[in-house]
Design a protein around this ligand. Structure first.
Ligand SMILES: Cc1ncc(COP(=O)(O)O)c(C=O)c1O
Length: 439
């Protein structure tokens, strides 16, 4: 290779060779027979694919679950990073314990206590974001073909985890009060009768991703009672509990379980502080945590000690609740802007949820509209959302969409919804032209 073939675009003085693929398409088949079953059946999260698109182009993204970068605490960040450099350099650049830093685990127990839940510090393990906590939970309990219950729709980012480990997912329908626990009981009985009792339930009771809906207190109580009666292990994922715009906080399933050990609790600092720090946590009984710890050792040895220190120092110096209150007030306005824009720009038969917190709402369109096809039209108009099918493992959700209201300002939300509305109206007009009078 001659020196003229290489360029230095890193600014480091190190030349970068031309970016040709290592293996051309003709040779790619060599890997197919070697991929593991897990790698072969893992699907991409539609969200992640969309993020790649929306990052590149000048697109209004209502697709991601991104906190607004303006909410990141800039001055605090500067102060803490300088201090880490002087006071904690060695420990924050060294490997740390797999369970995570003890000081941070204590602070997390304090956060959970603020929310009304008593967690033992020894039962807490730090994870690399909430996503790793989901992965470790599923990997710890699910064999290929095992039955798993989850809300329908569920978190699109959990879908690749569930498919990778071969979970056979039964979705439980939801309404404005969250998952229908009576239907869960029926599904459980049916599956148990078939000799396939569900191994776990994966649920997001607070401001659920993707619907924004919160499970009522009555359903929470009934669910935990049922779990105790039949011995159903609940994985409760709670990244959004504090992102509340109105109403009173409800007890978590973990709290209602009252130490009985039927709830494994997951959460993260991604939505209350920043996702780039990749710090989440799991609370589980010691027997379960031990297995998860082994899984984490295999996955990444430990979560970043640098960002664990950052969160620790942040929590020690600041009232995180004040920060969360500021975030909530910003997002409340954005939720309102999205609701108003939907009322203006979406045609009559469309419906949508009215979340009292969180980052998302869920819109349902007439069933002749396939939102994956609609997405292509929306992208032509430079706007993105998550098609509903990404939130199901059984092909449902085709006429629904997840819309995020936290990531862009109100005026941009209004513009984005108006563009999606145009695309929806176009579909409706086409349908009417092809099926006159059939609505
Ligand atoms: C329900 C749910 N669980 C887990 C995660 C992942 O969180 P993290 O970014 O901390 O990995 C998300 C992110 O959007 C989420 O919505």
């Amino acid at each position: 290779m001659s020196t003229s073939d290489v360029t230095d675009n890193t600014g480091t003085g190190t030349p970068v060779p031309p970016q040709t693929p290592l293996v051309g398409p003709a040779d790619a088949a060599r890997y197919d027979s070697r991929f593991s079953a897990q790698a072969s059946c893992t699907t991409s999260s539609a969200m992640r694919d969309l993020m790649a698109i929306t990052e590149k182009a000048d697109i209004i993204s209502l697709a991601g679950g991104l906190p607004d970068t303006e909410t990141f605490p800039r001055e605090v960040f500067d102060a803490i990073t300088a201090e880490i450099g002087t006071d904690f350099l060695a420990s924050s650049l060294q490997y740390g314990p797999t369970d995570g830093m003890g000081e941070l685990r204590e602070l997390i127990a304090g956060i959970m206590a603020d929310e009304g839940a008593v967690a033992r510090v020894d039962d807490i393990m730090i994870t690399t974001g909430g996503q790793q906590a989901i992965d470790l939970s599923i990997r710890t309990f699910v064999n290929r073909g095992d039955t798993v219950l989850a809300e329908g729709p569920t978190y699109p980012g959990a879908v690749p985890c569930l498919t990778a480990y071969g979970a056979d997912v039964t979705h439980i329908p939801m309404d404005d009060d969250g998952m229908h626990v009576d239907l869960l009981e029926e599904a459980y009985a049916r599956l148990a009768n078939d000799g396939r009792p569900p191994k776990i339930l994966y649920t997001i009771p607070n401001f659920q991703n993707p619907t924004g809906v919160t499970m009522s207190l009555e359903r929470r109580q009934r669910l935990v009672e049922f779990a105790h009666t039949v011995g159903l292990l609940i994985i409760e994922d709670n990244p959004y509990g504090m992102i509340r715009f109105e109403g009173e906080a409800l007890p978590t399933l973990f709290e209602l379980d009252d130490g009985a050990g039927w709830v494994v609790y997951l959460s993260t600092f991604s939505k209350i502080l920043a996702p780039g720090i990749r710090v989440g946590w799991v609370v589980a009984p010691p027997q379960v945590l031990r297995k998860m710890n082994l899984g984490k050792q295999a996955a990444d040895l430990c979560s970043s000690t640098l960002t664990q220190r950052f969160v620790t120092e942040y929590l020690k110096r600041n009232d995180y609740r004040e920060h969360v209150a500021r975030v909530n007030s910003l997002y409340r306005g954005r939720r309102d802007a999205m609701l108003a824009a939907l009322a203006t720009h979406f045609p009559e038969p469309a419906t949508w949820t009215r979340p009292r917190g969180g980052l998302f709402l869920w819109a349902t369109l007439p069933d002749f509209i396939d939102t994956t096809a609609l997405q292509a039209r929306a992208l032509e108009r430079q706007v993105a959302f998550v098609p509903g099918a990404a939130a199901f493992l059984d092909g449902r959700g085709q006429n629904a969409m997840r819309l995020n209201f936290s990531g862009v300002p109100e005026s941009v939300i209004t513009e984005g919804i108006s563009r999606i509305g145009e695309a929806v109206n176009e579909f409706c007009a086409l349908h009417e032209a092809l099926n006159p009078g059939r609505g």
